[in-house]
Design a protein around this ligand. Structure first.
Ligand code: PEP
Ligand code: MN
Length: 293
């Protein structure tokens, strides 16, 4: 891999694998497959409570939900901001789920740090270098999404900014890239996932929701990601997708999410893996889902 900088050894490339521990004791990048699920956006206390209850009931290891939303249109719902993060944190804690949420601006960090477990850098901010430097200085895991048209090398260089800033807790997230194909929101680069696993020490999640933009395609791509060696999934689930303020067409219903968790276990079993189990006793163990053969 080339670079015009003086560094010869990339921090993403050294041989010790990175394991990122969530507050529940679940490690991303270890043997167990980790599923983080929830709505695109926090919309209300009622909606986020229903979402937390549903994803916990079906065995998710963590919860997602955006309160600062990077929307293409300034007239679309922009998110509830810090009150939304607090509502999600309350519900997630009630259901013993660590929380992942997007930070769009370094100024949002101080208030956010107390109530979230992992900071998401969205695709649109993958090369926001001042934001990357800011999260490089905090002691929280960072989920770094791939830019809309970023090469694998550009993505890893973005991860280098965070690692070089002193934060070793970086997890990548493949969320599809923009290609010439108009039928799909994005094109899921599963070969890129295998490449990352082969060439770097960083864990990687797959987001089949943004990669496809269509709930009918989410389960097949989630299963393919598990078979391809991803360390886990970031997945959109909404208690009532038809009423979602953001990305409803790609949100799984709670029942579909339950079906996915059952199917996932079969695929993982076939490739000699299984769902992660939280390690800390004060946390609810991931609910084992019955696998019918
Ligand atoms: C999201 O996860 O809600 C999101 C906005 O994703 P991305 O940055 O991948 O578009
Ligand atoms: Mn979304």
């Amino acid at each position: 891999m080339g670079s015009d900088g003086p560094r010869r050894v990339w921090r993403t490339e050294t041989s010790v694998p990175v394991r990122v521990r969530l507050s529940s004791g679940v490690d991303i990048g270890d043997k167990g497959f980790v599923v983080i699920a929830g709505p695109c956006a926090v919309e209300s206390a009622t909606q986020i409570e229903a979402a937390a209850e549903a994803v916990a009931r079906h065995g998710a290891h963590g919860m997602r939900g955006g309160a600062y939303k990077p929307r293409s249109s300034p007239y679309s719902f922009q998110g509830l901001g810090q009150p939304g993060i607090e509502a999600m944190s309350t519900s997630a804690r009630r259901h013993h789920l660590p929380v992942v949420t997007e930070v769009m601006d370094a100024a949002q960090l101080p208030a956010m740090l107390d109530c979230v477990d992992m900071l998401q850098i969205g695709a649109r901010n993958m090369q926001n270098f001042s934001l990357l430097k800011a999260v490089g200085k905090v002691k929280k895991p960072v989920l770094l999404k791939r830019g809309l048209s970023a090469t694998l090398e550009e993505w890893l260089l973005a991860a280098e900014y965070i690692l070089d800033g002193g934060n070793e807790q970086v997890v990548l997230c493949e969320r599809g890239i923009r290609t010439f194909e108009p039928q799909l929101r994005n094109t899921l680069d599963l070969a890129g996932v295998a490449w990352i696993k082969d060439r770097t020490r960083l864990p990687i999640l797959v987001d089949p929701s943004h990669a496809t933009g269509d709930r009918a395609l989410v389960i097949p791509m989630a299963l393919a990601a598990a078979a391809a060696g991803a360390d886990g999934l970031l997945i959109e689930v909404h208690p009532e997708p038809a009423k979602a303020l953001c990305d409803g067409v790609q949100a799984l219903t709670p029942a579909m999410f339950g079906d996915l968790m059952v199917a996932l276990q079969k695929v993982l079993q076939a490739v000699g893996r299984s769902l992660a189990v939280p390690g800390l006793e004060h946390h609810r163990p991931a609910r084992p889902v019955e696998v019918r053969t």
